[in-house]
Design a protein around this ligand. Sequence first.
Ligand SMILES: NC(=O)c1ccc[n+]([C@@H]2O[C@H](COP(=O)([O-])OP(=O)(O)OC[C@H]3O[C@@H](n4cnc5c(N)ncnc54)[C@H](OP(=O)(O)O)[C@@H]3O)[C@@H](O)[C@H]2O)c1
Length: 286
Amino acid sequence: MNGHVKLGERLRNRKKFTLYDKNVIVTGASGGLGRELTLCLVKKYRCHVLGVGRNEQRLRETAELLGDAADSFRFRVADVTKREDWRSLAAEAAADGFNADVLINNAGILPRFARFGDYSEEEIEKGMDTNLQSVMYGCRAFLPLFENKQGTAIINIASADALCPLVGTSVYSAGKAAVKALSEAMREEYRCRVYIPTVCPGFIRTDIMKGQSRAVSPLVNLASMPADKAARVILRRVNVRRSQIVLGADAHFMSLAYRIAPVWSLRLFRVFMKASGLALFADIFE
Ligand SMILES: NC(=O)c1ccc[n+]([C@@H]2O[C@H](COP(=O)([O-])OP(=O)(O)OC[C@H]3O[C@@H](n4cnc5c(N)ncnc54)[C@H](OP(=O)(O)O)[C@@H]3O)[C@@H](O)[C@H]2O)c1
Protein backbone atom coordinates (compact mmCIF):
# COMPACT_ATOMS: atom_id res chain seq x y z
CA MET A 1 0.00 0.00 0.00
CA ASN A 2 2.78 2.32 1.04
CA GLY A 3 4.51 1.54 -2.25
CA HIS A 4 1.34 2.54 -4.17
CA VAL A 5 1.11 5.83 -2.31
CA LYS A 6 4.74 6.56 -3.00
CA LEU A 7 4.31 5.70 -6.69
CA GLY A 8 1.21 7.91 -6.91
CA GLU A 9 3.05 10.78 -5.25
CA ARG A 10 5.97 10.36 -7.61
CA LEU A 11 3.72 10.38 -10.69
CA ARG A 12 1.96 13.52 -9.48
CA ASN A 13 5.37 15.07 -8.87
CA ARG A 14 6.38 14.18 -12.44
CA LYS A 15 3.29 15.85 -13.92
CA LYS A 16 3.69 18.92 -11.74
CA PHE A 17 7.05 20.09 -13.11
CA THR A 18 6.98 23.65 -14.35
CA LEU A 19 9.71 26.24 -14.55
CA TYR A 20 7.53 29.07 -13.24
CA ASP A 21 8.55 30.59 -9.88
CA LYS A 22 11.48 28.24 -9.36
CA ASN A 23 14.80 28.94 -7.63
CA VAL A 24 17.38 28.18 -10.30
CA ILE A 25 21.17 27.93 -10.19
CA VAL A 26 22.76 28.76 -13.56
CA THR A 27 26.47 28.15 -14.07
CA GLY A 28 28.15 30.43 -16.60
CA ALA A 29 25.59 33.20 -15.95
CA SER A 30 28.28 35.80 -16.66
CA GLY A 31 27.91 35.56 -20.43
CA GLY A 32 26.65 33.81 -23.55
CA LEU A 33 23.88 31.26 -23.23
CA GLY A 34 23.97 31.25 -19.41
CA ARG A 35 23.29 34.99 -19.27
CA GLU A 36 20.39 34.67 -21.72
CA LEU A 37 18.95 31.72 -19.81
CA THR A 38 19.13 33.86 -16.67
CA LEU A 39 17.36 36.84 -18.27
CA CYS A 40 14.62 34.62 -19.68
CA LEU A 41 14.16 32.67 -16.42
CA VAL A 42 13.72 35.86 -14.42
CA LYS A 43 11.67 37.87 -16.92
CA LYS A 44 9.45 35.19 -18.44
CA TYR A 45 9.27 32.45 -15.81
CA ARG A 46 9.39 34.68 -12.67
CA CYS A 47 12.30 32.60 -11.35
CA HIS A 48 14.87 33.60 -8.78
CA VAL A 49 18.33 32.87 -10.17
CA LEU A 50 21.64 32.29 -8.45
CA GLY A 51 24.24 32.85 -11.17
CA VAL A 52 27.70 31.32 -11.01
CA GLY A 53 30.87 32.32 -12.85
CA ARG A 54 34.47 33.37 -12.28
CA ASN A 55 34.20 36.89 -13.64
CA GLU A 56 32.51 39.12 -11.04
CA GLN A 57 32.29 42.15 -13.33
CA ARG A 58 30.42 40.16 -15.96
CA LEU A 59 28.07 38.70 -13.35
CA ARG A 60 27.29 42.28 -12.27
CA GLU A 61 26.54 43.12 -15.91
CA THR A 62 24.01 40.28 -16.00
CA ALA A 63 22.34 41.86 -12.95
CA GLU A 64 22.32 45.28 -14.65
CA LEU A 65 20.64 43.83 -17.74
CA LEU A 66 17.77 42.68 -15.54
CA GLY A 67 16.92 46.29 -14.63
CA ASP A 68 13.95 46.42 -12.25
CA ALA A 69 13.98 42.64 -11.93
CA ALA A 70 17.57 42.58 -10.61
CA ASP A 71 16.21 41.70 -7.13
CA SER A 72 15.46 38.23 -8.50
CA PHE A 73 19.14 37.67 -9.29
CA ARG A 74 22.06 37.04 -7.01
CA PHE A 75 25.44 35.70 -7.93
CA ARG A 76 28.42 33.88 -6.56
CA VAL A 77 31.95 33.90 -7.90
CA ALA A 78 33.03 30.26 -8.16
CA ASP A 79 35.03 27.93 -10.37
CA VAL A 80 32.90 24.97 -11.43
CA THR A 81 35.99 22.79 -11.90
CA LYS A 82 36.65 22.93 -8.15
CA ARG A 83 34.81 20.43 -5.98
CA GLU A 84 35.18 22.63 -2.88
CA ASP A 85 33.49 25.52 -4.71
CA TRP A 86 30.45 23.29 -5.35
CA ARG A 87 30.32 22.20 -1.72
CA SER A 88 30.37 25.77 -0.45
CA LEU A 89 27.92 26.86 -3.17
CA ALA A 90 25.34 24.31 -2.00
CA ALA A 91 25.92 25.09 1.69
CA GLU A 92 25.96 28.88 1.32
CA ALA A 93 22.91 28.94 -0.98
CA ALA A 94 20.92 27.03 1.66
CA ALA A 95 22.27 29.20 4.51
CA ASP A 96 21.31 32.28 2.49
CA GLY A 97 17.71 31.05 2.17
CA PHE A 98 18.10 30.14 -1.51
CA ASN A 99 16.24 26.85 -1.61
CA ALA A 100 17.27 25.63 -5.06
CA ASP A 101 14.82 23.63 -7.23
CA VAL A 102 16.71 23.58 -10.52
CA LEU A 103 20.39 23.41 -11.48
CA ILE A 104 21.47 24.32 -15.02
CA ASN A 105 24.96 22.98 -15.72
CA ASN A 106 25.76 25.41 -18.51
CA ALA A 107 29.36 26.61 -17.95
CA GLY A 108 31.62 25.20 -20.63
CA ILE A 109 34.55 25.88 -22.93
CA LEU A 110 35.45 24.95 -26.49
CA PRO A 111 39.11 23.95 -26.75
CA ARG A 112 40.81 25.14 -29.96
CA PHE A 113 40.16 23.09 -33.11
CA ALA A 114 43.17 20.71 -33.31
CA ARG A 115 44.11 17.06 -33.66
CA PHE A 116 44.11 15.17 -30.36
CA GLY A 117 47.88 14.65 -30.32
CA ASP A 118 48.48 18.38 -30.68
CA TYR A 119 46.72 19.33 -27.44
CA SER A 120 48.83 19.91 -24.35
CA GLU A 121 48.03 17.91 -21.20
CA GLU A 122 46.75 21.16 -19.65
CA GLU A 123 44.34 21.80 -22.53
CA ILE A 124 42.92 18.28 -22.22
CA GLU A 125 42.55 18.53 -18.44
CA LYS A 126 40.96 21.96 -18.60
CA GLY A 127 38.53 20.81 -21.31
CA MET A 128 37.44 17.69 -19.41
CA ASP A 129 37.33 19.42 -16.03
CA THR A 130 35.17 22.27 -17.28
CA ASN A 131 32.85 20.35 -19.59
CA LEU A 132 32.46 17.05 -17.73
CA GLN A 133 33.89 16.96 -14.22
CA SER A 134 32.07 20.17 -13.27
CA VAL A 135 28.75 18.60 -14.29
CA MET A 136 29.44 15.56 -12.11
CA TYR A 137 30.38 17.80 -9.15
CA GLY A 138 27.21 19.82 -9.65
CA CYS A 139 24.97 16.76 -9.86
CA ARG A 140 26.53 15.24 -6.74
CA ALA A 141 26.19 18.48 -4.80
CA PHE A 142 22.50 18.95 -5.61
CA LEU A 143 20.99 15.48 -6.19
CA PRO A 144 20.70 14.76 -2.44
CA LEU A 145 18.78 18.03 -2.01
CA PHE A 146 16.57 17.52 -5.08
CA GLU A 147 15.76 13.84 -4.71
CA ASN A 148 13.10 14.21 -2.05
CA LYS A 149 11.72 17.55 -3.09
CA GLN A 150 8.91 18.11 -5.59
CA GLY A 151 9.42 19.70 -9.00
CA THR A 152 13.20 19.59 -9.16
CA ALA A 153 15.43 19.41 -12.25
CA ILE A 154 19.04 19.22 -13.36
CA ILE A 155 19.46 20.54 -16.90
CA ASN A 156 22.75 19.58 -18.51
CA ILE A 157 23.96 21.57 -21.51
CA ALA A 158 25.84 19.20 -23.84
CA SER A 159 26.26 19.93 -27.55
CA ALA A 160 25.51 18.70 -31.08
CA ASP A 161 29.05 17.28 -30.86
CA ALA A 162 27.65 14.77 -28.36
CA LEU A 163 25.41 13.48 -31.18
CA CYS A 164 28.04 13.56 -33.93
CA PRO A 165 31.71 14.25 -33.10
CA LEU A 166 33.56 16.46 -35.58
CA VAL A 167 37.25 16.30 -36.47
CA GLY A 168 39.27 18.76 -34.45
CA THR A 169 36.89 18.56 -31.47
CA SER A 170 37.97 15.27 -29.86
CA VAL A 171 38.28 16.66 -26.32
CA TYR A 172 35.12 18.74 -26.55
CA SER A 173 33.12 15.91 -28.16
CA ALA A 174 34.35 13.37 -25.60
CA GLY A 175 33.35 15.64 -22.71
CA LYS A 176 29.95 16.47 -24.16
CA ALA A 177 29.15 12.86 -25.18
CA ALA A 178 29.98 11.86 -21.61
CA VAL A 179 27.64 14.56 -20.27
CA LYS A 180 24.88 13.18 -22.49
CA ALA A 181 25.50 9.60 -21.31
CA LEU A 182 25.69 10.70 -17.68
CA SER A 183 22.40 12.61 -17.96
CA GLU A 184 20.61 9.75 -19.69
CA ALA A 185 21.67 7.19 -17.09
CA MET A 186 20.71 9.55 -14.25
CA ARG A 187 17.39 10.34 -15.92
CA GLU A 188 16.35 6.70 -15.53
CA GLU A 189 17.89 6.35 -12.06
CA TYR A 190 15.95 9.37 -10.75
CA ARG A 191 12.82 8.97 -12.92
CA CYS A 192 9.77 10.64 -11.32
CA ARG A 193 12.04 12.22 -8.69
CA VAL A 194 14.30 14.63 -10.54
CA TYR A 195 13.73 15.71 -14.15
CA ILE A 196 17.11 15.48 -15.94
CA PRO A 197 17.06 16.57 -19.60
CA THR A 198 20.06 16.85 -21.92
CA VAL A 199 20.39 19.85 -24.22
CA CYS A 200 22.33 19.43 -27.49
CA PRO A 201 22.61 22.77 -29.30
CA GLY A 202 24.28 23.46 -32.62
CA PHE A 203 26.19 26.74 -33.09
CA ILE A 204 24.98 29.60 -30.89
CA ARG A 205 26.28 33.18 -31.26
CA THR A 206 28.30 33.68 -28.05
CA ASP A 207 31.89 34.32 -27.00
CA ILE A 208 32.70 30.59 -26.96
CA MET A 209 34.91 30.92 -30.06
CA LYS A 210 37.03 33.63 -28.42
CA GLY A 211 39.45 31.03 -27.08
CA GLN A 212 40.36 29.88 -30.59
CA SER A 213 43.93 30.52 -31.70
CA ARG A 214 42.79 31.11 -35.30
CA ALA A 215 40.46 33.71 -36.80
CA VAL A 216 36.77 32.83 -36.63
CA SER A 217 35.06 33.42 -39.97
CA PRO A 218 31.97 35.67 -39.95
CA LEU A 219 30.34 32.72 -41.75
CA VAL A 220 30.35 30.76 -38.48
CA ASN A 221 28.58 33.62 -36.75
CA LEU A 222 26.08 33.91 -39.59
CA ALA A 223 25.23 30.23 -39.33
CA SER A 224 24.74 30.46 -35.55
CA MET A 225 21.52 30.87 -33.62
CA PRO A 226 21.24 34.07 -31.52
CA ALA A 227 21.79 33.26 -27.84
CA ASP A 228 18.52 34.86 -26.66
CA LYS A 229 16.53 32.72 -29.09
CA ALA A 230 18.44 29.59 -28.04
CA ALA A 231 17.64 30.32 -24.38
CA ARG A 232 13.93 30.88 -25.10
CA VAL A 233 13.62 27.64 -27.09
CA ILE A 234 15.53 25.58 -24.51
CA LEU A 235 13.38 26.83 -21.62
CA ARG A 236 10.13 26.39 -23.55
CA ARG A 237 11.03 22.74 -24.15
CA VAL A 238 12.22 22.25 -20.57
CA ASN A 239 8.88 23.60 -19.37
CA VAL A 240 7.08 20.80 -21.25
CA ARG A 241 9.50 18.20 -19.89
CA ARG A 242 11.36 17.17 -23.05
CA SER A 243 14.05 14.60 -22.23
CA GLN A 244 16.44 15.46 -25.04
CA ILE A 245 16.48 18.92 -26.54
CA VAL A 246 18.25 19.23 -29.90
CA LEU A 247 18.56 22.82 -31.00
CA GLY A 248 19.19 24.28 -34.46
CA ALA A 249 19.08 22.91 -38.02
CA ASP A 250 22.82 22.14 -37.88
CA ALA A 251 22.40 19.98 -34.77
CA HIS A 252 19.43 18.12 -36.28
CA PHE A 253 21.38 17.52 -39.48
CA MET A 254 24.45 16.23 -37.61
CA SER A 255 22.29 13.94 -35.51
CA LEU A 256 20.45 12.50 -38.54
CA ALA A 257 23.61 12.05 -40.60
CA TYR A 258 25.35 10.23 -37.75
CA ARG A 259 22.40 7.91 -37.14
CA ILE A 260 22.17 7.02 -40.85
CA ALA A 261 25.93 6.60 -41.45
CA PRO A 262 28.09 6.77 -38.32
CA VAL A 263 31.36 6.42 -40.24
CA TRP A 264 30.67 8.16 -43.53
CA SER A 265 28.93 11.16 -41.95
CA LEU A 266 32.11 12.03 -40.06
CA ARG A 267 34.15 11.66 -43.22
CA LEU A 268 31.72 13.88 -45.11
CA PHE A 269 31.88 16.61 -42.46
CA ARG A 270 35.69 16.33 -42.53
CA VAL A 271 35.69 16.90 -46.30
CA PHE A 272 33.36 19.92 -45.93
CA MET A 273 35.49 21.41 -43.17
CA LYS A 274 38.68 20.99 -45.18
CA ALA A 275 37.10 22.32 -48.39
CA SER A 276 35.77 25.38 -46.51
CA GLY A 277 39.37 26.63 -46.28
CA LEU A 278 38.47 28.37 -42.99
CA ALA A 279 41.49 29.43 -40.92
CA LEU A 280 39.63 28.12 -37.86
CA PHE A 281 40.15 24.54 -39.04
CA ALA A 282 43.70 24.99 -40.41
CA ASP A 283 45.47 23.22 -37.51
CA ILE A 284 43.44 20.06 -38.11
CA PHE A 285 44.53 19.63 -41.71
CA GLU A 286 48.13 20.87 -41.61
N1 LIG B 1 28.01 28.60 -28.39
C1 LIG B 1 27.83 27.45 -29.01
O1 LIG B 1 27.93 27.38 -30.25
C2 LIG B 1 27.51 26.21 -28.24
C3 LIG B 1 27.08 25.08 -28.94
C4 LIG B 1 26.78 23.91 -28.24
C5 LIG B 1 26.90 23.88 -26.87
N2 LIG B 1 27.32 24.99 -26.20
C6 LIG B 1 27.47 24.90 -24.75
O2 LIG B 1 26.72 25.93 -24.13
C7 LIG B 1 27.34 26.26 -22.89
C8 LIG B 1 27.50 27.77 -22.78
O3 LIG B 1 28.45 28.18 -23.74
P1 LIG B 1 28.46 29.65 -24.37
O4 LIG B 1 28.37 29.48 -25.82
O5 LIG B 1 27.50 30.52 -23.66
O6 LIG B 1 29.97 30.05 -24.02
P2 LIG B 1 30.58 31.43 -23.47
O7 LIG B 1 29.90 32.60 -24.07
O8 LIG B 1 32.05 31.32 -23.65
O9 LIG B 1 30.21 31.38 -21.92
C9 LIG B 1 30.75 30.37 -21.12
C10 LIG B 1 30.36 30.64 -19.68
O10 LIG B 1 30.92 29.58 -18.89
C11 LIG B 1 31.55 30.16 -17.76
N3 LIG B 1 32.69 29.34 -17.33
C12 LIG B 1 33.67 28.79 -18.09
N4 LIG B 1 34.54 28.13 -17.32
C13 LIG B 1 34.10 28.25 -16.04
C14 LIG B 1 34.58 27.79 -14.79
N5 LIG B 1 35.69 27.06 -14.68
N6 LIG B 1 33.88 28.11 -13.68
C15 LIG B 1 32.74 28.85 -13.76
N7 LIG B 1 32.23 29.31 -14.92
C16 LIG B 1 32.92 29.02 -16.04
C17 LIG B 1 32.03 31.54 -18.22
O11 LIG B 1 32.04 32.41 -17.11
P3 LIG B 1 33.38 33.03 -16.43
O12 LIG B 1 34.30 33.38 -17.52
O13 LIG B 1 32.84 34.17 -15.65
O14 LIG B 1 33.89 31.96 -15.54
C18 LIG B 1 30.89 31.95 -19.17
O15 LIG B 1 29.87 32.61 -18.47
C19 LIG B 1 28.66 25.50 -22.83
O16 LIG B 1 28.51 24.34 -22.06
C20 LIG B 1 28.90 25.13 -24.28
O17 LIG B 1 29.71 24.00 -24.43
C21 LIG B 1 27.63 26.15 -26.85
